[in-house]
Write a protein that binds this ligand. Structure first.
Ligand SMILES: Nc1ncnc2c1ncn2[C@@H]1O[C@H](COP(=O)(O)OP(=O)(O)OP(=O)(O)O)[C@@H](O)[C@H]1O
Length: 703
């Protein structure tokens, strides 16, 4: 299956794979365990032999000791039986322990295999798959495969052996009786066949629902602040209820199907036992069989049915497990978007000269290119800022620089060597990313910094923390560097976490740095506090900073303004401002984005284009003179501009303005959601002529 197919499939329409193919897919993972599986099978065989011996001894005891009432005939078979029971017990214990060891090793190996694979998958894979569903695939679906490949195989081999062995013993004991019983054997097979299709369907539904439940719980807990702040508990509960209902239906149906199968088999077994007893009674009455022989035969049947029934049940279990295998195979078939080169050119640590040469790139499955013909270069010690509007392709540049993807056309070179020629681990040691969201490991502060360079000494960690201005707040934590922090930790502020990330990057000491919005999400004070550590981090390195925050722009050696995946302007801060183009506009919009609190108190849109007088003047003792603008209203006599009317709230049934026809569906043609509505009046100036929004023109304070 290719990747294109992959993201079109949701977790609910996983492709169907036959059990045999699924088995073959995972069988190679049993390498190294197969001899132990053989040993487990050997133990099962020995245990079956011990059981058989026990049954024969039971027949001997019945015929010689019990029927003849002879105690002397009791001791020898009794002691033998005891010996056989102890030996059988030991063998069964060894076999079961070994089986548990082998199956758990297989599960571990499979889980690591899938986990390793998932870790190599490109970022868009995780955007398109729900995390909860992935979790469920890595846990319960992995267990299902174990059932299919290891327990299933050993179970099937043991059941086949036991069935054949007990059948042979039954034939040896009384072939005619055995033949009569075996005529009924296909009934078991027919019953299993009847149920297997439905059981597979219901297992598939159950697994998908299991993944969906984990997803809802995971997403809901991850968004707990949103849930509580917007009181979305009922909505979240409903979401969980929907998925839980699907799970509930699937599991009840699965239990019903299994139970129906079990009971049907029970009835078939009873028919067989009655047939044996009937024929046996007739044989005993004609003197061709002893009671001991009949009881031994019945015991053999008692041992024969479980493996026969087990085989059929195993078929159903494997069929159900195939549903899990399909879900894992779906993930394993997604290929990583980048791989290591065949040959490592073995270059030493690069100086850090980066050249992006005519790069074009579209995300897999996307119909638009994210970058088109992008070219720029950065030399060691230089700071290049990439800015531009949202969706311009800035973060995509960082993904290509880290080689999460390869360009569709063009090339990115590090010291003249194409990125695809570096082994990934080495490339990512040379190019460090400081991502937008601060990534925290569930570990101590020390480990969080040290993950920049595993094995770093405590002194190096502390030096990095000092350079990142993190040492002081870290030593103020209850356990200093040994304080445990968690992702989403409340212990540290956004700015502090960012400084930890900077310490980690300082310790990593890579020649190339890619900073993706290093100050986004921080308030002005926190952003200012990270600037100094950032400068220390950037010193002497090739730095590519992706940012909307143009406060750092005057420091840049070059600024690239990207729009629609292309570079639309290049230059230094002053040059670009003087040019008055895209950059100047971005810069202006950013500076004017500092909101005037007066603006916040104004209704944005008028209800009516025609001015309506405010019913009562607002009496304020703050010097609001007649005719003066006041944030809460206009003074009497002065017709209030439309935008200064108390806003009509279409959702408020008590809004007095609702009665004047300002309701949806009334004749009032005003549509608040239509930007081209001719009735819509967007105020741009205050009553005294001052511009309402700062970027409308110069606004000298006090005028
Ligand atoms: N995984 C993806 N699959 C498909 N298209 C994507 C994917 N990620 C991003 N894009 C698209 O690629 C384009 C560039 O996205 P990118 O994230 O690089 O923009 P950006 O400039 O960093 O935006 P922002 O400033 O909002 O982070 C956008 O049109 C976006 O919709």
């Amino acid at each position: 299956m290719n990747e294109e197919l992959e993201y079109e499939d949701s977790e609910y329409d996983t492709p169907t794979i036959p059990a045999r193919m699924a088995f073959r897919r995972f069988w190679p993972l049993t390498r190294g365990l197969r001899k132990w599986l053989m040993a487990v099978w050997g133990c099962t065989v020995l245990a079956a032999l011990a059981e058989t011996e026990a049954i024969l001894l039971f027949a001997e005891l019945t015929d010689h000791a019990l029927r003849q009432g002879s105690l002397s005939a009791f001791w020898s078979p009794a002691l033998k039986w005891l010996g056989v029971a102890v030996a059988g017990g030991l063998v069964a214990y060894a076999g079961n322990s070994l089986a548990a060891w082998a199956t758990e090793r297989f599960v571990m190996r499979l889980r690591e295999h899938v986990f390793d694979h998932v870790q190599q998958l490109p970022p868009h894979f995780f955007q398109r798959h729900r995390q909860g569903d992935l979790l469920s695939r890595l846990t319960s679906d992995v267990d299902a495969i174990e059932t299919m490949v290891v327990s299933g195989l050993v179970g099937a081999a043991s059941a086949v052996f036991s069935a054949l062995f007990y059948a042979a013993a039954a034939f040896w004991l009384r072939w005619d009786l055995a033949a009569a019983t075996f005529v009924l054997a296909p009934l078991f097979w027919l019953a299993a066949r009847r149920f297997s299709g439905s059981i597979k369907d219901v297992s598939r539904e159950g697994r998908a629902a299991d993944g969906a439940i984990t997803s809802v719980v995971e997403e809901s807990l991850g968004n707990i602040v949103l849930t509580q702040a917007y009181d979305r508990r009922d909505a979240e509960r409903r979401r969980l209820h929907e998925e839980a209902t699907a799970w509930f239906r699937a599991s009840v149906r699965a239990t019903r199907l299994n139970e129906a199968y079990e009971q049907l088999v029970q009835v078939i077994e009873t028919v067989c036992v009655l047939a044996v007893i009937g024929i046996g009674a007739w044989e005993i009455s004609t003197g061709r069989m002893t009671l001991g022989q009949l009881l031994a035969f019945a015991a053999f049947l008692g041992y024969l049915y479980p493996p026969v029934r087990g085989l059929a049940q195993l078929g159903l279990t494997i069929t159900a497990a195939t549903a899990g295998a399909e879900r894992l195979i779906e993930i394993l078939d997604v290929r990583p978007s980048v791989t290591d080169p065949r040959h490592d050119p073995g270059t030493g640590r690069p100086d850090g000269t980066v050249e992006v040469r005519d790069v074009t790139f579209a995300y897999p499955g996307a119909d638009r290119t994210a970058l088109s013909g992008l070219s720029f270069g950065v030399t060691p010690g230089e700071l290049v800022i990439i800015t531009g509007p949202s969706g311009a392709g800035k973060s995509t540049v960082s993904k290509l620089l880290l080689r999460f993807y390869d360009p569709d056309a063009g090339e990115i070179l590090l010291d003249g060597v194409p990125l695809r020629d570096f082994p990934l681990a080495r490339l990512r040691a040379y190019v460090t990313l400081l991502p937008q969201e601060t990534l925290v490991l569930h570990d101590t502060v020390r480990a969080n910094i040290a993950c920049g360079r595993p094995g770093a000494s405590d002194q190096a960690i502390e030096a990095a923390a000092r350079a990142a201005d993190a040492h002081d707040f870290v030593t103020g934590l209850p356990d200093g560097y040994d304080t445990r922090i968690d992702p989403g930790t409340a212990r540290l502020s956004g700015g502090q976490l960012q400084r930890l990330a900077i310490a980690r990057a300082i310790l990593r000491d890579a020649p190339v740095l890619v900073l993706d919005e290093p100050t986004t999400g921080l308030d002005a004070m926190a952003a200012r506090r990270v600037v100094k550590p950032l400068r220390r981090l950037m010193t002497g390195r090739t730095t590519i900073m992706i940012t909307h925050d143009l406060n750092l722009a005057p420091d840049a050696d070059r600024i690239l303004v990207v729009d629609g995946g292309r570079i639309v302007e290049t230059g230094r801060h002053d040059e670009l401002l003087a040019r008055g183009g895209a950059y100047a506009r971005l810069h202006r919009s950013q500076n004017s984005a500092v909101t005037d609190t007066g603006e916040l108190r104004l209704p944005l849109f008028a209800e009516q284009p025609a001015p309506v007088p405010v019913p009562a003047p607002v009496a304020h003792g703050d010097g609001a003179a007649h005719g003066e603008w006041h944030p809460y209203g206009y003074q009497a006599q002065t017709p209030a501009p439309a935008w200064n009317q108390p806003p009509h709230d279409p959702y408020n049934p008590y809004d007095p303005h609702a009665s004047n026809g300002h309701q949806y569906g009334s004749e009032d043609p005003y549509d608040p959601y239509d930007p081209y509505d001719p009735y819509r009046a967007v105020p741009t100036v205050f009553a005294d002529g001052r511009p309402l929004f700062r970027d409308e023109g110069h606004w000298a304070p006090g005028c």
